[in-house]
Design a protein around this ligand. Structure first.
Ligand code: IPM
Ligand code: MG
Length: 369
């Protein structure tokens, strides 16, 4: 197969480069053993980009991101850049990528792997076998709504304003993805908002109900966001797919992440709309942050990034076979008792980021033999 799959790697800050290094290892393995090749370019984002170019995402990098098949991002941010101007802060680069690439559909699966069920903050029976998908709207809502800003009043007081704004088209396209995803899974969709308080919630509920008429085989349930947070920690297995807005999705996905025992395990995909040829712009990234406290020490957990790469194979390249191979290899190394520090448990074997990546490749060797 020719190297026609164009990827852009944006390792970013903190542990980003280390975990991405393990994806390189798996990519080499795929090239050697599966004859699946990728054309990988690499560039800077976040604090690393601020240091080199003065901004967290420069136009040339954005241009590259717009012209590849998929982007894989490590992590952005760190205390070093706490005091840079707001519009160039590391997170701004990530938000700009999401917005400019129009990556409106953010998929955050929260699955509990058998080996880690006891690492959850909830009782094992509540979470074992958990498999939910949080679908977060990613390019609108209060994250981007105008007007916004802080006004300094003449009397010395100040006032801050954020705007939660959604158009019916923005709601419809994300809710539709929700129904499509539910159709491929457990056929249940929870649409989450606060229609009891917010106008955007009222519109969200109305559109979800209308779109639902096109999907009679999917069971649609509306739920208030606060109740959803409560239900996630009370009885998470009641959920299959949750579709929600940008801010509620940010909060609820962290909550769901904790159910799984480790943020270091969770991948994510951010997808745009399909073009004429059915291709979607896409960015994949682990849900965890840049963990500056352990950066450069070879202690990071690369499994979320490896699973993000598996999601890329599945959603951008329709390569289910190799995606499942990687996911199985991840399960196997955990079953062998290998753990990075973030998921360490009594009686298990503590390994480095590098060693974990090597172990995944060794498992891949066995699985593909
Ligand atoms: C996330 C993060 C980002 C967000 C930050 C880093 C801007 O929390 O991806 O969930 O709030 O969207
Ligand atoms: Mg978040």
């Amino acid at each position: 197969m020719s190297a026609n799959k164009k990827l852009l790697f944006l390792p970013g800050d903190g542990i980003g480069p280390e975990v991405m290094g393990q994806v390189r290892r798996v990519i080499d393995w795929m090239d050697n053993r599966r004859h699946v090749s990728f054309d990988v370019a690499e560039d800077l984002v976040g604090g690393a980009a601020i240091d080199a170019t003065g901004t967290s995402l420069d136009d040339a990098t954005l241009d590259k991101a717009m012209n590849v098949d998929a982007v894989l991002l490590g992590a952005v941010g760190g205390p070093k850049w706490d005091n840079v101007a707001r519009d160039i802060r590391p997170e701004a680069g990530l938000l700009k990528l999401r917005k400019e690439m129009d990556l409106f559909a953010n998929l955050r699966p929260a699955t509990v792997l058998p080996a880690l069920a006891e690492a959850s903050s909830l009782k094992e029976e509540l979470v074992s076998g958990l498999d939910i998908l949080i679908l977060r709207e990613l390019t609108s809502g209060v994250y981007f709504g105008e007007p916004r800003g802080i006004t300094e009043n003449a009397d010395g007081s100040a006032e801050a304003l954020d705007s939660q704004r959604y158009t019916s088209a923005e709601i419809e396209r994300i809710v539709r993805v929700g129904f499509e995803m539910a159709g491929k899974r457990g056929k249940r969709l929870h649409s989450v908002e606060k229609a009891n308080v917010m106008e955007t919630g009222v519109l969200w509920r109305r559109i979800a109900t209308e779109v639902g008429k096109d999907y009679p085989d999917i069971e649609l349930q509306h739920m208030y966001a606060d109740n959803c947070a409560m239900q996630l920690v009370r009885a998470p297995k009641q959920f299959d797919v949750i579709v929600t807005d940008n801010l509620f999705g940010d909060v609820l996905s962290d909550c769901a992440a904790m159910l799984t025992g480790s943020l270091g395990m969770l991948p994510s995909a951010s997808l745009g709309g399909a073009d004429e040829s059915g291709r979607r712009k896409a960015l994949y990234e682990p849900v965890h942050g840049s963990a500056p406290d352990i950066a450069g020490e070879d202690k990071a957990n690369p499994l979320a990034t490896l699973q993000s790469f598996a999601m890329m194979l599945r959603y951008s390249f329709d390569d289910i076979e190799n995606a499942e191979l990687i996911e199985q290899a991840v399960k196997n190394v955990l079953d062998q008792g290998l753990r990075t520090g973030d998921i360490m448990q009594d009686g298990k074997t503590l390994v480095s980021c590098t060693r974990m990546g090597e172990a995944v490749c060794a498992e891949l060797d066995k699985l593909a033999a």
